[in-house]
Design a protein around this ligand. Structure first.
Ligand SMILES: *Cc1c(COP(=O)(O)O)cnc(C)c1O
Length: 448
């Protein structure tokens, strides 16, 4: 077995109904202890996980098409990640980098500066969550430009803190009742090929022209600190912007002194079949935010960007007590080493080819599959009423997800209209489990 291979059997095993009796008992305790605002897509309580398997407290082994929302790219409890984090934990657990620094923090920043798009001089800062990274990127862009306006897009998701709620598009459940929201945030149309009125071909250039026109007329380019976008939207439903959209925005930003921020919290670290989704169209962002896939499951996030922007902020202006925790840094270095040594970028591409070809074949048979999209191991299907009718089909979605869950396939949903099934398997999942998961999904359609 490879040193980074999973330690639990890579086989689906269903021994109780899902969720089983132990999970249901825990769920009862939970409802009396945990605030109900925190949901769980599948309340199956976890005992162990690794490779493409999540094992629950009842002894069921589920196929993992979620990776903890694109986090455990290198596999859950990846042995190298665990070993390095344990080694670090035994030495010291925390000093606060702002009090006494340590080498692992510097190592992670060097690694991020090396692997993120562009070969310009870069700096990084480490934080705890994706939302915190996005907040810091906006702070840096505003400070460096002396401007205030931030441009975001329809269907965007950037987090749940006050500023990132403002940056996020969807009201329910993320914003409802949580206002007032931060100001100077402007939302533009997104290049959403499947729903673009004049068709997918024209989507990229037309959407870019619209966005640029609105920015110019409604805000004034000289007032814009940053344009912030996910290069493939995550929660929004894996919307891959029409070709040419991102390059046109980058060009507009360059011409107008606007900081282009790529939020790669979900798309980063080999997930899309490139190290970063920006690499696909050769986009070089001024700032890039990362989190989820960075450290094999330990909480860590970062902003990486042009040295002159990052260093524009005065000393003490950035930081946080826990940002760049030493165990999380050790885990990140192990995860990055694994991505490179196990060639997970290539693996993500192969996963994508398998998924896309099988899902496109399904789409030929079932006209409620309106769109199959995504790149690498970040693939979604959008469910609609039928051929020629793009009305979101949330009823079919609920039925399909319910069936897949009952068969032990962990599947997530997404989308502004709540009609997208998203698949984010760990990149170390084997072909057998990948195909078995897709078989279950095919059965779900056949039974509808
Ligand atoms: C998940 C996500 C965030 C927020 O990250 P948290 O770690 O949950 O705060 C921000 N941006 C994108 C694109 C995300 O997918």
């Amino acid at each position: 077995m490879a040193t980074t291979g999973p330690e639990i059997a890579q086989e689906r095993r269903i021994v109780t109904e899902i969720p089983g009796p132990k999970s249901r008992a825990l769920q009862e305790r939970r409802l009396k202890a945990v605030a109900q605002g925190v949901g769980s897509s599948l309340p199956v309580y976890v005992e162990r996980a690794g490779g493409g398997i999540v094992e629950d407290v009842d002894g069921n082994a589920l196929i993992d098409f979620g990776a903890g929302i694109a986090v455990t790219n290198v596999g859950n409890a990846n042995p190298l990640v665990v070993a390095r984090a344990q080694e670090q934990l035994a030495k010291f657990t925390h000093t606060c980098f702002m009090v006494n620094p340590y080498e692992a923090y510097v190592d992670v920043c060097e690694a991020l500066n090396r692997i993120t798009p562009g070969d310009h001089e870069k700096r990084s800062i480490l934080l705890n969550s994706g939302a915190e990274a996005v907040e810091n990127a906006v702070k840096i862009a505003r400070n460096a430009t002396g401007r205030q306006a931030v441009v975001v897009f329809d269907h965007a998701y950037h987090g749940r803190t006050n500023l990132t709620m403002a940056l996020t598009a969807k009201n329910m459940p993320y914003k409802q009742g949580f206002g007032p929201f931060a100001g100077e945030v402007y939302r533009m149309p997104m290049a959403y090929p499947f729903r673009w009125p004049t068709g997918a071909e024209e989507c990229g250039p037309q959407a870019a022209a619209q966005a640029i026109e609105q920015i110019t007329k409604q805000i004034g380019a000289e007032n814009v600190a940053a344009v912030l976008i996910e290069p493939i939207q995550g929660e929004g439903g894996f919307i891959e912007p029409g070709a040419g959209f991102l390059p046109a925005l980058v060009e507009f930003c360059r011409e107008n002194g606007i900081v282009f921020i790529a939020d790669e919290v979900q798309t980063g670290f080999a997930r899309t079949g490139d190290m970063f989704a920006c690499d696909h169209e050769g986009i070089v962002p001024d700032l890039i935010t990362t989190a989820k896939g960075i450290a094999g499951g330990l909480p860590l996030a970062a902003v990486t960007g042009r040295a002159e922007l990052m260093d524009a902020v005065h000393g003490g202006g950035l930081g946080g007590t826990y940002g760049g925790n030493p165990a999380a840094c050790a885990a990140a270095l192990a995860a990055l080493e694994t991505i490179e040594s196990e060639k997970l970028v290539e693996r993500a591409r192969a996963i994508g080819e398998t998924m896309l070809s099988r899902l496109r074949a399904l789409a030929e048979r079932y006209d409620i599959i309106g769109d199959v999209r995504g790149r690498g191991a970040m693939i979604a299907i959008e469910l609609v009423a039928g051929a020629g009718d793009k009305t979101p089909n949330t009823a079919a979605l609920a039925e399909i997800v319910r069936y897949c869950h009952s068969q032990g396939l962990v599947l997530l949903t997404a989308g502004t209209y709540g009609n997208v099934i998203r698949m984010l398997p760990p990149l170390v999942i084997g072909d057998d489990l990948l195909n078995e998961g897709l078989d279950i999904l095919a059965e779900a359609f056949a039974r509808l």
